[in-house]
Design a protein around this ligand. Structure first.
Ligand code: SGN
Ligand code: CA
Length: 697
């Protein structure tokens, strides 16, 4: 098998192979002691509890994850505090809610100078490592060893950044992540206990199965969720307005693997396709991998073409194939968890290691017709959580309400380290030992911020008790929802306005306020995006002519938007109002500003937006020229100083001091990147330049 061959080659290249894996380390002290167990925290990405057999999955089997559940504790009421990737990871590291650790959405950058549990472990004699998906933008801190995927990472032949050095590695991401992690365990300092964070990319979108499972489930028909055809009657505008529907928000090529290469137009009519980026992803494969892939996915494309599917039939077809790919990714994940368990057993590490399995949050597998997460509704609010602690009673199931906030203190507790007072979570050790404290929490608090964003889930916060869920959607709407989970476990009926529930609502709102106070999340405005500002300057009211017109989609407030005094904000949390920005697609911004008469110019400055996730790039340079007739003379060029690859979202001023130049006309030339560069998701597609105001003083 070709795949095995290349994996063997890889294993050799990192100097560790199957042989050393199987050898028990009898000769060396394992470095652990009674009170200081080794710790392995395994986190997958978007693994729904509905797709784990010990959680009662109706669609797949996960024998290896189930092994952990059989010997450990499975948590049935485990919740995330903010259902999205990077924020969830920041909560794990800090044991604090997003508003305190600062990582409120995927667009933010994690401040690695703050306290994290791995830094505390290091100070207390642990060696620590982080392998796999990181997604926090800043470099990892608090680890003796790290080897991470940049950004979201790739499934095939991914790049890894090992202690700052990036290289592409041949193989499948789930196998490689396990290889790197176990390799580190194998080479660790055996005089110290260790803590390893093993973070899998799988089964994150776009669900690309590994070479071992490309045809699994090919003939399986998965039961459809009851709510696959939900029409959102009985819910508010947040549920209606999202963009995460299997029916309309999946790409036929990138998500559903109906290859767009050479596809006839008719085949893709009315369907979303990704095009170039999908081909770019495919092009990472070796010829062998590509051939295997094409062989496995050829029949799907043919079937799609033959079926001429529409309406409900098409949704059903998409659901089945979404499940096939998603569950194939999980099959590799489960295999690799088996490989990890076998390694630990073979090396006499299994019994005494604290092993945690979880996902960064839950996920929709067609419930409400959706994929993705973000909502405080059940499927994305709940996360799978299995903990196997040394010496615990086997096969325990806990229905205590726990949070990802509790991971850091639980690990510190098991490591015998004092839990700092500013950590907001609670250790789960007592629960695992069968002694749930009498005052254990009876409600959990939630807050989601990333809006607007591609999936368009509104900002909301709320409270969940074992029976009720109260949610407040805010910012651009003001809507409350209440669900009675006992009568309505699928959350189909918002009973907020039902007279029978008015007393419950009063109680829940009181409790919600208490939690907001307790967790210090009372400032409603802190993470709202900045507002557009009005600035007075000499250019306001000037007339502008363009060499290339701005794009109709982003006209700013008006045709003279670049000299109307309106400027975008400095704070770019999700939800910013983009109305003042004029957008130029592929073209440079070349504009002449006519002040109507000669004026004295002491400085000129132009503001540009940087948001590469939306394909908006700062210009390389901005040149200013002046004239009183038609002969423009350059007065200076301002170069971009920031790294164009930066994923920060911000506005940058390009400012030139001009010291008393007099002129009637000012010309500005800002150079657009043209086409998205090779390293970018939109590689080869037209890039954007966004300008808001040219300030003349
Ligand atoms: C990507 C995905 C989204 C997903 C976000 C966040 N789109 O943008 O579907 O919600 O990541 O996921 S894709 O077209 O790039 O696949 S997260 O796990 O990082 O939070
Ligand atoms: Ca303006």
């Amino acid at each position: 098998m070709r795949n095995n061959y290349s994996r063997r080659k890889f294993i050799k290249s990192v100097g560790f192979g199957a042989v050393s894996l199987a050898l028990p380390d009898l000769m060396v002290p394992s470095g652990r002691s009674e009170n200081r167990p080794n710790i392995i925290f395994v986190m997958s990405d978007d693994h729904a509890y509905q797709a784990i057999s010990s959680y009662g999955s109706k669609i797949n089997k996960t024998p290896n994850i189930d092994r952990l559940a059989k010997e450990g504790t499975r948590f049935e009421q485990s919740f995330v505090t903010n259902s999205i990737c990077a924020p969830s990871r920041a909560v794990l590291l800090t044991g604090k809610y997003s508003h305190l650790n600062g990582m409120i959405d995927n667009g933010t950058t994690f401040d690695g100078n703050q306290q994290t549990f791995t830094k505390i472990l290091q100070k207390n004699g642990y060696q620590t490592a982080m392998v796999g998906k990181w997604h926090l933008k800043s470099q990892p801190t608090g680890f003796d060893y790290w080897n991470i995927l940049p950004g979201q990472g790739h499934y095939y032949n991914p790049d890894f950044i090992e202690m700052g050095r990036k290289k592409r590695v041949e193989g499948y991401v789930t196998d490689l992540t396990t290889d790197f992690a176990l390799n580190w365990v194998n080479k660790r300092d055996r005089n110290k206990p260790f803590c390893l964070l093993l973070h899998h990319k799988a089964p994150h979108r776009n669900w690309m199965p590994g070479p071992d499972h490309l045809e699994k489930y090919e003939n399986t028909r998965f039961p459809e969720p009851d709510t696959l055809f939900d029409n959102f009657d009985g819910r508010g505008s947040a549920a209606r307005d999202q963009n995460m529907e299997i029916s309309k928000d999946m790409y036929l090529d990138y998500d559903l693997k109906v290859d767009s290469e050479g596809a006839d137009k008719e085949l893709f009519e009315n369907e979303k396709v990704m095009g170039k980026w999908w081909n770019k992803v495919l092009s990472r494969m070796t010829p062998d991998q590509r051939e295997r892939w094409n062989r496995s996915y050829g029949p799907r494309k043919k079937e799609f073409k033959r079926g001429k599917l529409e309406g409900e039939k098409l949704i059903r077809w998409k659901y089945q194939n979404y499940m096939r790919d998603y569950l194939r990714c999980i099959a590799s994940l489960d295999d690799n968890i088996g490989r990890m368990i076998d390694y630990l057993k073979g090396n006499d590490l299994y019994e005494d290691t604290l092993i945690i399995y979880t996902s960064d949050q839950g996920f929709y597998l067609g419930e409400h017709g959706w994929f993705d997460k973000r909502f405080m509704y059940e499927e994305s609010h709940r996360m799978p959580l299995i903990i196997k602690a040394p010496g615990q009673k086997k096969g325990k199931v806990s229905s205590d309400m726990v949070l990802n906030l509790d991971f850091a203190p639980t690990i510190l507790d098991y490591a015998g380290v004092k839990i700092p007072g500013d950590i907001q979570g609670k250790s789960l050790k007592n629960i695992i030992q069968g002694k749930t404290p009498a005052d254990w929490r009876r409600s959990v608090y939630y807050h989601y911020y990333e809006h607007p964003s591609p999936h368009n889930v509104k900002r909301h916060y709320g409270i969940r008790t074992s029976r009720y869920k109260l949610i407040h959607f805010y910012y651009d709407i003001d809507e409350w929802e209440l669900y009675d989970l006992k009568k309505d476990p699928q959350e189909m009926n918002n009973v907020y306005n039902n007279a029978d529930y008015q007393n419950i609502i009063i109680e829940l709102k009181e409790e919600l306020q208490k939690l907001r106070k307790k967790y210090k999340d009372t400032d409603e405005t802190k993470f709202l995006p900045g507002k557009n500002r009005k600035i007075n300057h000499k250019g306001v009211g000037a007339k502008i002519t363009f060499k290339y017109p701005y794009d109709k989609k982003y006209p700013g407030n008006n045709p003279n938007a670049l000299a109307d005094g309106w400027q975008g904000p400095d704070k770019y949390y999700s939800g910013v109002d983009y109305s003042v920005w004029q957008g130029f697609k592929k073209n440079d911004l070349i504009a002449t500003i006519d002040f109507g008469k000669e004026i004295e110019i002491n400085s000129v400055s132009a503001g540009f937006l940087h948001n590469i996730e939306s394909w908006i790039f700062l210009p390389d340079a901005v040149e200013f020229s002046v004239s009183n007739d038609t002969n423009f003379k350059s007065i200076g060029k301002v170069k971009r100083k920031m790294d164009i690859k930066s994923t920060l979202v911000l506005r940058k001023e390009f400012e030139l001091k001009t010291e008393g130049i007099c002129a009637r006309y000012l010309k500005i030339h800002a150079k657009n990147i043209g086409f998205c560069p090779n390293w970018h998701k939109g590689a080869g597609e037209k890039g954007w330049l966004f300008a808001d105001e040219i300030i003349v003083k």
